[in-house]
Design a protein around this ligand. Structure first.
Ligand code: PHE
Length: 332
């Protein structure tokens, strides 16, 4: 009987060591050590033995039981830790692809362009001037030789502000009112550029936005001529783009300059791109700014900053610049 017990225990130990899952082990445990297992059967059989053999058999039963229990317990620990390792591996998240530090941002493409333009003009000896977004009708129009009823007013799709007399206050339609503010503020000679945001009642499309940016230039000194205007803009374009372009001054009309022109650049494909409105400051504008047109003369120009950025960076659609999608913005 002891031999049978020993071999049954050895078999159970071997089965425990071979078990592949915790389930398998549970089954084995019930089979070997449960009510119908060999240990229980041997315990029942003990009663039929002669008293002098009972002690030895009893000890053998306990030994067999203990060896099976130990084997099962050991295997259970091994299987449980293997299973845990598997589960951990399956649930593991790969954090190596998540950047540890957030990406460092940078200025918007328009801000960058704006600052580059300021740098170029400051390098050429200009100072930076500013004016308010909300303007008086006088600074935006009258002082620029556009009196009430002048047809040029219709050309600017003006957004009026509900303040004071109806039509007296507006969102500036161009940066040209800064010319007036500067003339009223300082004595000539004047060499300023005024970058800024401007507003027009316009529908957004690939080349227009209702809110956009201009860079105004104003030079007032003695004996300033149209040649100074052309030379200054050419020098600026070469500095900004890093190379010179064929350019032309195409006659145009602005109420605040006389003569007036459009400054165009020839692009790689041979087409001409409008870059700026410009001209010699009209005597009426000098007078509105408190400057004597018999003593002083000057020129003014107005660039579209968004347009310059569009051309420099090859952006197809202006609207992309203001949709604020980081995938677009991070390219610049
Ligand atoms: N203010 C004009 C515009 O917005 C541009 C311009 C500026 C033209 C200065 C001439 C001189 O269209």
């Amino acid at each position: 009987m002891i031999q049978t017990l020993t071999s049954e225990a050895a078999e159970a130990v071997a089965a425990a060591e071979a078990a592949q899952t915790v389930d398998e082990l549970d089954q084995l445990e019930r089979k070997a050590l449960g009510k119908r297992g060999f240990v229980a059967a041997a315990k029942k059989a003990i009663g039929a033995l002669p008293p002098e053999e009972r002690k030895g058999v009893g000890r053998a039963i306990n030994g067999a039981k203990a060896s099976v229990e130990d084997a099962i317990a050991l295997r259970r620990t091994t299987l449980a830790s293997a299973q845990r390792a598997l589960q951990l591996e399956a649930e593991r998240m790969d954090l190596t692809e998540v950047p540890i530090r957030p990406e460092v941002g940078h200025g918007h493409i328009i801000t960058q362009t704006w600052e580059e333009l300021e740098d170029v003009f400051v390098g050429m000896g200009f100072r930076i001037a500013e004016g308010p977004h909300i303007e008086t009708d006088w600074h935006n129009f009258d002082a620029l030789n556009i009196p009430p009823g002048h047809p040029a007013r219709d050309g600017f799709d003006t957004i009026y502000v509900n303040h004071g007399q109806p039509g007296s206050t507006l969102l500036r339609t161009h940066t040209s009112p800064v010319q007036i503010r500067t003339m009223l503020d300082q004595e000539p000679p004047i060499y300023i550029v005024a970058p800024g945001r401007v507003f027009r009642r316009d529908t957004a499309d690939s080349t227009h936005m209702p809110v956009f940016h201009q860079l105004e230039g104003l030079v007032i000194d003695r004996n300033i001529t149209l040649a100074d205007l052309a030379g200054t803009i050419d020098a600026f374009v070469t500095a900004y783009f890093g190379k010179s372009f064929p350019s032309r001054l195409r006659p145009n009309y602005f109420p605040f300059t006389e003569p007036s022109a459009e400054y165009d650049l020839r692009q790689a494909d041979g087409s001409w791109m409008e870059m700026a409105g410009c001209g010699m400051v009209h005597p009426n504008v000098l007078r509105a700014g408190g400057i004597d047109p018999d003593e002083w003369s000057g020129f003014a120009f107005g660039f579209g900053i968004d347009r310059l950025a569009k051309m420099k960076y090859g952006v197809e659609d202006l609207r992309d610049m203001f949709a604020n999608d980081v995938r677009f913005l991070s390219q610049f």
